[in-house]
Ligand binder design. Structure first.
Ligand SMILES: *Cc1c(COP(=O)(O)O)cnc(C)c1O
Length: 355
């Protein structure tokens, strides 16, 4: 029996990705060798890496002048790698949540960080809008989707300085104007692949401008020059990413992913707003399409665990909110079928009747 998988990450992937990866783990492309046991220096794996880069460029319509690389270390290592490679004197960080704060903390090891634009005072329930971007910073860092607080920045900023974006949890959920970014990164385990690989899309001409020496493994140029194979890449995760990108293409690309994300999230937010037991936590104009965060209304707070148990009985998993915020979080990544949202909405209606 299949579960309705609302986990925030690692999280649901298309059946196609899981099945094709399982096959390749048994026998990689008819080579008679498991993908897990195949040398990354073999031509057959080279093809996978090239495909991953080509599909990223195609699906996101990445213009020329950008490189796509696949690294280890998770999005969290990018919190340090970004300033190592880009921060000479000062950087501007928009603080929209836990991950954004962690990114700014690392940057402070490398130079001055202006992080006064923040929604912290309102418990990160919105994404700040209408602020001025300082022109004297080396770059501006944003977190487009705040996985823990359920807020999302859905518009690409027009900025006088390079925009660096952590898109770990909303990449491939809408068309992007990549030309407006200097660098985009993210861990794969939210909307792309199994854990292990981190993608980085970087505009080549923003590199090479800092005065410090950069350790070889932490230098983006190392990985660009070696097509992400300076050292052993996370082969299985890269392969799975290729499969998810094929699936996105077969299903109408990021435009269609956006349509589905709007349909699914609207359905769920409508029910949260209608249902007398629940309320959303994010401000309406900042609501995330990927991570829908909600709580019980104050007078029903003691029903929280009961509702979690109720959804579990109906084969739903992963609805508990992040341990730092509590309540509920339904993650509606690309691979989550609309039927899972329907099941959750029905559970909310039935639970309301019983309570
Ligand atoms: C999950 C997440 C991270 C952390 O990713 P790791 O790959 O575990 O380091 C960073 N940023 C955002 C927005 C996330 O959702």
């Amino acid at each position: 029996m299949k579960k309705h998988n609302f986990f925030a990450g690692p999280s649901i992937l298309p059946d196609y990705t899981v099945e094709e990866t399982a096959k390749a783990i048994q026998d990689f492309n008819g080579t008679g060798i498991s993908l897990m046991c195949m040398s990354h220096r073999d031509k057959s794996f080279d093809a996978v890496m090239n495909q991953a880069v080509a599909l990223f460029k195609e699906v996101l319509d990445i213009p020329s002048g950008y490189s796509v690389i696949f690294l280890g270390g998770g999005a969290s290592l990018q919190f340090c790698m970004v300033p190592y490679n880009l921060l000479n004197k000062k950087a501007f960080y928009v603080n929209t949540g836990t991950w954004a704060s962690k990114a700014a903390k690392e940057a402070k090891l490398f130079g001055e960080v202006d992080d006064h634009i923040s929604s912290k005072e309102a418990n990160f329930t919105y994404v700040p809008k209408g602020f001025e971007i300082p022109t004297d910073a080396d770059y501006m860092h944003i977190t487009t989707n705040n996985t823990i607080y359920g807020t999302e920045q859905l518009v690409d900023y027009t900025s006088p300085i390079p925009v660096v974006a952590d898109m770990s949890s909303d990449i491939f959920s809408r068309p992007l104007d990549v030309s407006k970014y200097g660098l985009i990164y993210g861990g794969a385990q939210k909307n792309l692949s199994c854990a292990g690989v981190t993608f980085v899309i970087v505009k080549d001409d923003i590199l090479g401008k800092v005065d410090r020496q950069i350790p070889t493994m932490l230098n983006y140029k190392t990985h660009i020059e070696k097509n992400s194979m300076f050292n052993t890449p996370p082969c299985v995760s890269v392969f799975s990413a290729v499969k998810t990108l094929e699936w996105i293409k077969q299903n109408g690309g990021v435009k269609e992913m956006e349509k589905r994300a709007i349909a699914k999230s609207t359905k769920l937010y409508d029910e949260i707003d209608r249902n007398r037991l629940f309320k959303g936590t994010a401000q309406v104009d900042s609501r995330s399409r990927m991570n829908v965060c909600f709580v019980m209304n104050d007078e029903y707070k003691d029903l929280e665990q009961k509702f979690i148990d109720f959804t579990k009985e109906r084969d739903m998993v992963g609805l508990k909110g992040h341990r730092s915020v509590g309540g509920f979080r339904a993650s509606l990544y690309n691979a989550l079928p609309e039927a899972s949202v329907d099941a959750l909405v029905q559970a909310m209606k039935d639970f309301e009747k019983q309570n």
